[in-house]
Design a protein around this ligand. Structure first.
Ligand SMILES: Cc1cc2nc3c(=O)[nH]c(=O)nc-3n(C[C@H](O)[C@H](O)[C@H](O)COP(=O)(O)O)c2cc1C
Length: 207
């Protein structure tokens, strides 16, 4: 069973077909309000353009920070491969093979808010991935610290739209989460991801 509470911001990876008919996936927040699923996406990103055109995206419920990294930093990372996707040729819906569950959405309307659009969806179906074995791993801040780092790194990539204060806040947040990662990812391979993300930021800022 997948639980989506009303009025809580969740993170997922939204997937859909691009203008060339190829699968495309990007991290996105979402929340449920009065039974509808809402996605707030900033203009200027390809994902925004695709969400305006494609009415039936899928929200993939994913925990692995590596998947967030690969879909947020398509150019900087190796990105996803065609094998990472399953496409339903009839509906045109795109699914991430290794997601835990899927929210199948149907667009109701979009509301223009200037810098971003609010996409309102009907939640047609929640589908649990039948091929994923349930593995109960204890909660670790390693995962949340990495996802925090990735979120703030996407903000830094769009740094020309940030004020100096916002840029400083984003950098401080990355540093804070990096320190949590050092303590909690310890000598696991995920520590390499934390170092990689930090290096991407340093390269951008010419450090
Ligand atoms: C966990 C996570 C959640 C995100 N949520 C949103 C969101 O709700 N809205 C948004 O505009 N960008 C969000 N982003 C940033 C986009 O994913 C990021 O800008 C992405 O690279 C855009 O992809 P594109 O350039 O391929 O369109 C999020 C990033 C992460 C890592």
């Amino acid at each position: 069973m997948a639980l989506i509470r009303e009025g809580m911001l969740y993170e997922a990876i939204i997937s859909l077909l691009d203008d060339l008919g190829k699968p495309y996936a990007t991290p996105s927040g979402f929340w449920k309000s009065s039974g509808r699923i809402l996605v707030k996406f900033y203009k200027g990103f390809k994902t925004h353009e695709l969400l305006m055109a494609v009415k039936n995206p899928v929200l993939n419920i994913v925990r692995d920070p590596l998947l967030y990294y690969r879909t947020a930093f398509k150019a900087e990372s190796s990105g996803l491969t065609p094998e990472d996707y399953v496409v339903d040729e009839v509906s045109g819906r795109v699914f991430l093979r290794n997601a835990e569950a899927y929210l199948l959405l149907d667009l109701i309307r979009t509301v223009d808010h200037g810098k971003y659009s609010l996409f309102e969806y009907d939640l047609r179906e929640i589908r649990v991935n039948p091929h994923i074995h349930l593995v109960l791993e204890p909660y670790s801040r390693c995962y949340s610290s990495l996802i925090e780092m990735i979120i703030y790194t996407t903000k830094i990539r769009a740094r020309d739209q940030l004020s100096t204060t916002e840029l400083e806040t984003a950098l401080r947040s990355i540093e804070y989460s990096y320190n949590v990662a050092v303590k909690t990812c310890m000598d696991n391979a995920y520590m390499d991801l934390a170092n990689k993300i930090r290096k991407v930021v340093e390269d951008w800022l010419g450090k």
